[in-house]
Design a protein. Structure first.
Length: 385
């Protein structure tokens, strides 16, 4: 009983039935599969062109952040936190790698590469949009190592020398555009710091002028002068007490109308008058007076403190401004090349054995399913009718 007769008498299709179906058409299935294997061999080895992969490895070179951090530390501002983001191109390795990837995959950079190596003409693209999409998805491959701070740049092409040349070009583009971004960032920082520097200079001059005017009125060092005046007031108070004790002793020895008593009293009155004048006359009228002296000292301290603050800010901005000027004119490479691209001598794709296997197995199962549909499904449908 052949497979067709089994279908007619049996509605259940078992594993043995599948085997019998294969045996019934074994010669045809194997012949077609063999032809497919030969054709897949020809396609894999003679029609499909081998594609080569050339790679280069670059590393971040963010030394500017530490340089600026050292300047800030030298000015006593290290305790304020991390100033790495102020530095042109500063930041962590992960941020730099993300920037590198964005530069390489940017539309402008991809278009420059496409034009430089005539990819549109070679791949027969009509629109740049399709060429850019093809380049991003099929030609360039990027792999980041955030721990080591490295980026692998790979290019697929059927010409190994061209693949290497494209990687060299991309590394050169990456370095050039990263320098341009760093210079632009440094220029922006320099402009900002210069504006702040000029403003601080004006504020410092205004503070110095205010302090000078105050010193013209109250003396060069009113705090020291008031200390001397206060000390003189204490000594005067002590002299008055001493003369009063002396008058008391003389009053017990001499009569009240004697000249020594009157002289002593006049002396004490003169000292008290001097004390009264010192305590009740404004300091601005005499540097020995104490009235209003606390406000004079406080105003003097405030003016001097303002000068010191503005001067400290100015001292801080000077090295930052100089560093920004240096970074703005820096043209040294910002990308370190750890592994220069090579001319690959071994293809990367396609995998010929996989292609042959997929085609052969696909034809085998396709032929088998064809006979299954023909001998089982169609005839079973005919029997039901």
């Amino acid at each position: 009983m052949d497979s067709t007769e089994e279908v007619k008498t049996n509605n259940v299709f078992t594993v043995l039935d599948y085997i019998n179906l294969f045996r019934s058409h074994k010669k045809t299935i194997l012949t077609v599969t063999g032809i497919a294997a030969v054709l897949s061999f020809v396609i894999a080895f003679y029609i499909i062109k081998p594609v080569y992969l050339s790679t280069g490895v670059v590393k971040t070179a963010s030394t500017k952040s530490s340089m600026l951090g050292g300047l800030l530390s030298s000015t006593g501002l290290a305790e304020l936190g991390d100033f790495g983001d102020l530095a042109p191109g500063g930041g962590s390795s992960a941020q730099d790698l993300a920037l590198y990837e964005n530069i390489l995959m940017s539309r402008g950079n991809v278009e420059e590469t496409i034009v430089r190596f005539n990819i549109m003409e070679e791949e027969d693209f009509k629109y740049m949009y399709d060429a850019v999409k093809y380049f991003r998805e099929n030609i360039i491959v990027l792999n980041k190592d955030k721990v080591a701070g490295t980026l692998s740049i790979g290019i697929y092409d059927i010409n190994p020398a061209k693949a290497k040349e494209m990687v060299d070009f991309l590394i050169e583009q990456l370095n050039r555009k990263n320098i341009e971004l760093s210079v632009q960032n440094a220029r922006n920082n320099r402009t900002f710091i210069e504006g702040r520097y000029e403003l601080v200079q004006k504020d410092l001059k205004a503070a110095e002028d205010s302090l000078q005017n105050f010193q013209d009125v109250f003396g060069v060092a009113p705090d020291l002068q008031i200390q001397v005046a206060a000390k003189g007031g204490l000594e005067l108070e002590a002299d008055i007490k001493s003369e009063e004790v002396k008058l008391e002793i003389m009053s017990k020895i001499l009569s009240p109308d004697q000249a020594e008593i009157r002289t002593q009293k006049d002396k004490i009155e003169a000292l008290k008058k001097q004390r009264e004048e010192m305590n009740n006359t404004e300091y601005s009228q005499s540097k020995l007076n104490l009235k209003g002296s606390p406000s004079v000292i406080m105003n003097y301290i405030r003016l001097r403190r303002e000068v010191e603050i503005q001067n400290k800010i100015l001292v801080t901005l000077i090295p930052m401004l100089e560093q920004a000027k240096i970074e703005e004119n820096r043209e040294t490479p910002t990308v370190l090349v750890l592994d220069y691209p090579n001319v690959p001598d071994k293809k990367s794709k396609p995998k010929r054995s996989i292609i042959m296997g997929l085609i052969t197995m696909g034809v085998f199962f396709g032929t088998y399913i064809f006979y299954y549909m023909k001998d089982v499904v169609v005839k079973k449908y005919s029997l039901n009718e």
